[in-house]
Design a protein around this ligand. Structure first.
Ligand SMILES: [Fe+2]
Length: 314
């Protein structure tokens, strides 16, 4: 059904180098994107503003409404037509989940499970951010994740990448979570004698390394999908002839004045990438509004979503 492009020994070696690198970046707080070292002061300011805003919502009674909104998850259906899609993958269904932040709301795993348990899909992609906080323990997400793991299993595999809220230590639990973590590596999906390529990168928002860019330099496939936490590698993926780019990170803004107009955005590549479908050249991208919430467990004018994509040839 699928196999990794690199042989097991090479994968092991690359994974060790990646883990060592990311552990250093995480432990010394050296966050960086493609432009170099980032300052944490912007994030700290954001958290302080969030505290004030939460207080304001509580005083005005809007907090309860926003909390209820955050627990409402919509299924977004999307059909994408591609002339280059191998015929065997016509009708292939993808479940895309992003930004679960599964410990942000008590009982949230059960809510997600109930939303996806009747969906039919061939493959499942998760594009990062599994816990609420950006540092500290992740043990608290293991139990909720177990509630969910049975329901995200797919015939052609369940693949995940890490986000800026995640830690390299989560990689130790990929098998028990029932998924394959893609860390700057590619996997071939095989169906009826034809294949497509899926590439997953490490988070480029806070833990960018050259390997994330290099792993997109793949050749010899008619159809390629990139899984990245943010839109930051979209231009590179398009230049490397990827057909579909799936990401999240923005939560669609999470708190919007009206649909699509966030008060604060962590999207720096342009507002057209904030949520939903977009295109760069021939590549189609989709930025998920996310399943979960971070910072504050509320949503306004920005419904949480799980995305069901059907690929069509022609
Ligand atoms: Fe997130």
């Amino acid at each position: 059904m699928y196999h990794f492009v690199d042989n097991p020994e090479l994968r092991k070696e690359k994974r060790l180098v990646w883990a060592a690198t990311r552990s250093v970046l995480e432990n010394v707080g050296f966050i960086r994107n493609q432009n170099g070292k980032k300052s944490r002061s912007r994030w700290d300011l954001f958290l302080r503003l969030l505290g004030v805003f939460a207080l304001l919502l509580k005083v005005t009674g809007y907090y309860r409404k926003g909390y209820g909104n955050a627990k409402t998850i919509k299924v977004s259906n999307l059909t994408l037509k591609y002339p280059d899609l191998p015929a065997a993958f016509h009708g292939f269904r993808i479940l895309h989940l992003s930004d679960l932040h599964i410990d942000s709301i008590p009982g949230f795993a059960t809510l997600i499970r109930d939303r996806i348990k009747n969906l039919e899909f061939d493959i499942c992609f998760l594009t990062g951010d599994y816990r609420r906080d950006i540092t500290g323990s992740f043990r608290q997400i293991m139990k909720p994740f177990r509630i969910l793991s049975k329901y995200i299993q797919a015939p052609y595999g369940t693949f995940a990448v890490l986000g800026n809220h995640d830690t390299f230590l989560m990689a130790q639990h990929e098998k028990e979570s029932g998924l394959e973590l893609l860390v700057n590596e590619s996997v071939e999906i095989l169906k009826d004698g034809q294949k497509i390529l899926v590439t997953g990168t490490d988070d480029p928002f806070n833990f960018y390394t050259e390997q994330a860019m290099m792993c997109l330099e793949t050749k010899g496939y008619d159809f390629k999908i990139a899984l990245v936490h943010t839109t930051e590698l979209a231009k590179a993926a398009s230049e490397n002839k990827y057909n579909l780019y799936l990401c999240g990170h923005t939560h669609g803004g999470q708190i919007c004045l009206k649909e699509g107009s966030p008060i604060i955005s962590h999207q720096f590549e342009g507002k057209q990438f904030n949520q939903g479908r977009w295109e760069i050249g021939k590549m189609i991208g989709y930025t998920s509004r996310g399943v979960g919430v971070s910072g504050m467990p509320v949503r306004f004018n920005c419904t949480a979503e799980v995305i069901l994509i059907t690929l069509e040839a022609g």
